[in-house]
Design a binder for this molecule. Structure first.
Ligand SMILES: NC(=O)N[C@@H](CC(=O)O)C(=O)O
Ligand SMILES: [Zn+2]
Ligand SMILES: [Zn+2]
Length: 346
């Protein structure tokens, strides 16, 4: 006998990887993230990137000023470059608002040109992070043009990440937005200091959704959607109850005309319905009972922060997603634009 769950009350979730952008777009992105997320890890790939304590803290002020109710807590991240110093890490940690630093291999993704050219360049910085207890967040893709885009995550893990994990056993590392079976297996077999975020879109889609029957730019993100066997491995990991895998939407808005273009930007917008999209993926896998751990417990546990003390309730209620949402002086086309979503946060 099967019974249908129609409401689900869980500890308030957090988003451990989101892009809020800046300037005129902030009021729109902050409105969406602060609707029910308690906290979020705010990605620093602005133009120019938030590479020092000062710029990260003033970005935080702009986010705080943009939120309607003031109940949302932005957790800030330093953008690592070849020139980041151990002193800057200590200063960032001492600020109390910066909890992690982000490694973007130079050229790997949106606004990553100032990223790190060779991870060994920043070993003294990683040493300082390990010492003060600052997390390392990693965009895990190699940038070598000879490596096929579908293999870039796997090769990064084998040739780069494994070395960092071995060299800094006490450093807490989050492999962000994982997209492959290889990443799942790496994280599962690593120490408890290694974890991963998984997006809703990588649980719901594979590369057929992006490429079969026409090219759909709003599914284009990095790391790129992979084949179905990888999607299945991600679903299994997210719904396994393993505390190493937790929610990070990687919601990354780009204006409609920047996506629907001859050379379109990478990034999918999911913050309009983040928890609802995850609920659909977990329900499809018959694992709604595993959503709370993934969305609300394992993230704060890994970061060493308290879990949120209040709850949110999801109700089974079908609603149709608008074709677009305002994004500053432009518009963003969200995931599931014009389609139905069967859950709603009340
Ligand atoms: N995920 C993406 O496709 N894009 C992100 C950058 C990132 O997280 O890699 C963005 O900032 O647009
Ligand atoms: Zn990334
Ligand atoms: Zn991202």
């Amino acid at each position: 006998m099967t019974s249908t769950v129609n409401t689900l009350t869980i500890t308030r979730p957090d988003d451990w990887h989101v892009h809020l952008r800046d300037g005129v777009q902030l009021k729109d992105t902050v409105r969406d993230i602060s609707r029910y997320m308690g906290r979020a890890i705010i990605m620093p790939n602005l133009v120019p990137p938030a590479t020092c304590t000062q710029t990260a803290l003033s970005y935080r002020e702009r986010i705080m000023a943009a939120q309607p109710q003031g109940s949302f807590t932005p957790l800030m991240v330093l953008y690592l470059t070849d020139n980041t110093t151990p002193e800057e890490i200590k200063k960032a940690k001492a600020s109390g608002h910066i909890v992690a630093a982000k490694l973007y291999p130079a050229g790997a993704t949106t606004n990553s040109d100032s990223g790190v050219t060779d991870i060994e360049n920043i070993y003294p910085v990683l040493e300082a992070m390990q010492e003060v207890g600052m997390l390392l967040l990693v965009h895990g893709e190699v940038t070598d043009s000879a490596i096929d885009i579908f293999d870039r995550e796997k090769i990064f893990i084998e040739t780069k990440l494994a070395k960092v994990v071995a060299a800094f056993p006490k450093l807490k590392i989050v492999l962000e937005h994982i997209t492959t079976k290889d990443a799942v297996e790496f994280v599962e077999s690593a120490s408890d200091n290694v974890a991963a975020t998984i997006t809703a879109h990588h649980l719901l889609y594979n590369r057929n959704h992006m490429l079969a029957g026409g090219i759909r730019p709003h599914y284009y993100c990095l790391p790129i959607l992979k084949r179905n066997i990888h999607q299945q491995a991600l679903i299994a990991a997210a719904t396994s109850g393993n505390k190493k895998f937790f929610l990070g939407t990687d919601s990354a808005p780009h204006a409609k005309d920047k996506k629907e273009a001859a050379c379109g930007c990478a990034g999918a917008y999911t913050a309009h319905a983040a928890l609802e999209l995850y609920a659909e993926a977990f329900e499809d896998a018959g694992a709604l009972d595993k959503l709370e751990g993934f969305a609300s417990h394992f993230g704060p546990d890994f970061y060493g922060l308290p879990r949120n003390s209040d709850t949110v309730t999801l109700k089974r209620e079908s609603w149709s997603v608008p074709e677009s949402y305002p994004l500053g002086d432009s518009h963003v086309v969200p995931i599931k634009a014009g389609a139905e979503i069967s859950w709603k946060v009340v």
